[in-house]
Design a protein around this ligand. Structure first.
Ligand SMILES: Cc1cc2nc3c(=O)[nH]c(=O)nc-3n(C[C@H](O)[C@H](O)[C@H](O)COP(=O)(O)O)c2cc1C
Length: 439
């Protein structure tokens, strides 16, 4: 069968564009369950692989509205799970500000509730502002990833504590659980001591899907070792090919094959019936942040307060901060390549919060996505609509049918679980070295 694109929806209730909520007819809340359900159903009608809910752990009233005010993702996705049937449900939970037992339970629960559609985006939480809400210091970048590696291993180990046939529930014999098929984890590491087992039977997907979005060396290494889907941050084709190859080329080191990981760059499509119409739409969106109201979004991405800089001056020398290596590197290299002023960089960053903006007629957007997909830059895309509902409708109603027509994207779901959509097998139970020694 012809290779198919994978499409995710990066869900922000007020749209990805920082000023998109100001657009006439745009949704203005990310706290309204009915808005979220409408968007989720639209994504499912368009046969997307998954909806992805990011998360952050602090409130910045000058930030992007959907980042400042949002429902807790797992609570929200449990509601979305019962209102949808097929679409995958991904949520962010931090490895810096959570504990593995709770995370393992939460995603195993979501996988049961959704009948096999849960995915966990394991993030290290780049933004240090969260630490004041947890009473702990924000560890440095390297330490965050060290902890993340152990965290993910513990979660996965907990998901495998129960054999698939451990719950017998035999009324005749009175045996409910076969104790031979239950395997404590007995993990003792640098960061965590977790005995297990988890108090929930093996998830429908065996292992819920793992998402990863870090673009630093440590982020890519973690993704190559553990992730099923990688979100990449890119601004142009050549860069996307490099990011794609970095992930795929790292896989053999961990005994994995290229098809084991789906790489989907983030993109904010702005689509019109003609190129002209699309560029006019983008110009209107950009007018909402023209006065510098999105400067905090720029500062957040670079991990440095940029409000004191002259927007019409050159882009200052900015160090790779301890925050997001990927965004800083990608945005700065584009700014240098294209000789941007700080205002140009500002406009680029606040549009899609540092992600790629693709603007044009439906045909030209489909052509570009196809080109990337067929030439080593992507296995699909993480779609970040500028606004809801219109920005997303433009994509699903104008671009998706072209992709389907060209045989590049499914017309219907062929399976029921997120693993089915991604073409990933349900993994058998794996035993850790400690468990093997104990048995
Ligand atoms: C598509 C995408 C989604 C992300 N979602 C979140 C998120 O929900 N919460 C968060 O704290 N970080 C999020 N991040 C940030 C990354 O997970 C990572 O922490 C950050 O990029 C810094 O890692 P790096 O230095 O390895 O790039 C996201 C990044 C991307 C590209």
């Amino acid at each position: 069968m012809k290779r198919q694109m994978h499409l995710g929806l990066f869900l922000l209730g007020t749209g990805s564009h920082t000023g998109g909520w100001r657009h006439p007819g745009a949704t203005r809340s990310f706290q309204d369950i009915d808005t979220v359900l409408e968007i989720a159903r639209a994504a499912e009608d368009a046969k997307f692989d998954l909806i992805f809910m990011g998360d952050n752990l602090n409130a910045d009233p000058k930030g992007h509205p959907s980042f400042t005010l949002r429902l807790e993702p797992l609570t929200l996705l449990a509601a979305v799970a019962v209102a949808t049937k097929k679409i995958g449900l991904g949520a962010t939970v931090s490895t810096t500000f959570s504990d593995p037992f709770t995370v393992a339970r939460a995603f195993a629960s979501l996988d049961h509730i959704s009948h096999g559609r849960a995915a966990w985006n394991a993030v290290t939480t780049a933004n240090a502002s969260a630490s004041v809400n947890f009473g702990i210091d924000h560890p440095d970048h390297a330490r965050r990833y060290e902890r993340a590696g152990e965290f993910v291993d513990v979660v996965r180990g907990l998901w495998d504590c129960w054999d698939d046939d451990a719950i017998v529930a035999d009324a005749a014999t009175g045996l409910y659980i076969d104790p031979q098929k239950l395997h404590p984890l007995n993990h003792e590491g640098t960061f965590f001591k977790v005995r297990g087992p988890i108090n929930i039977g093996r998830a429908p997907q065996g292992q819920p899907v793992l998402l990863q979005a870090g673009g630093s060396e440590a982020g890519i290494a973690l993704a190559a070792r553990t992730a099923d889907v990688v979100f990449s941050v890119v601004q142009d084709f050549d860069e996307a090919c490099v990011a794609y190859a970095q992930v795929k080329d790292s896989l053999p080191r961990y005994g994995r094959r290229p098809d084991d990981v789906t790489v989907i760059p983030g993109v904010m499509p702005v689509v019109g019936r003609t190129d002209r119409e699309a560029f006019d739409k983008l110009a209107v969106l950009q007018s909402y942040t023209a006065g510098g109201s999105g400067i905090n979004v720029l500062s957040e991405r670079f991990g440095i307060d940029l409000s004191a800089y002259d927007l019409d001056g050159p882009v200052p020398e900015l160090p790779l901060s301890d925050h997001y290596h990927s965004f800083t590197r990608v945005l700065l290299s584009k700014a240098r390549r294209e000789n941007m002023t700080l205002r140009d960089l500002y406009h680029l960053t606040v549009a899609a919060r540092g992600h790629w903006v693709l603007c044009g007629s439906a045909e030209s957007v489909a052509d570009t996505l196809q080109h990337w997909f067929e030439n080593g830059a992507a296995d699909g895309f993480n779609i970040m609509p500028a606004t809801h509902p219109h920005g997303f409708d433009d994509f699903t109603q104008m671009v998706v049918p072209i992709l389907q027509e060209r045989g590049l994207f499914r017309r219907d779901y062929e399976g029921d679980t997120l693993r089915d959509h991604l073409g990933l097998a349900r993994p058998p139970v794996a035993r850790t070295a400690t468990q093997r020694k104990a048995s």
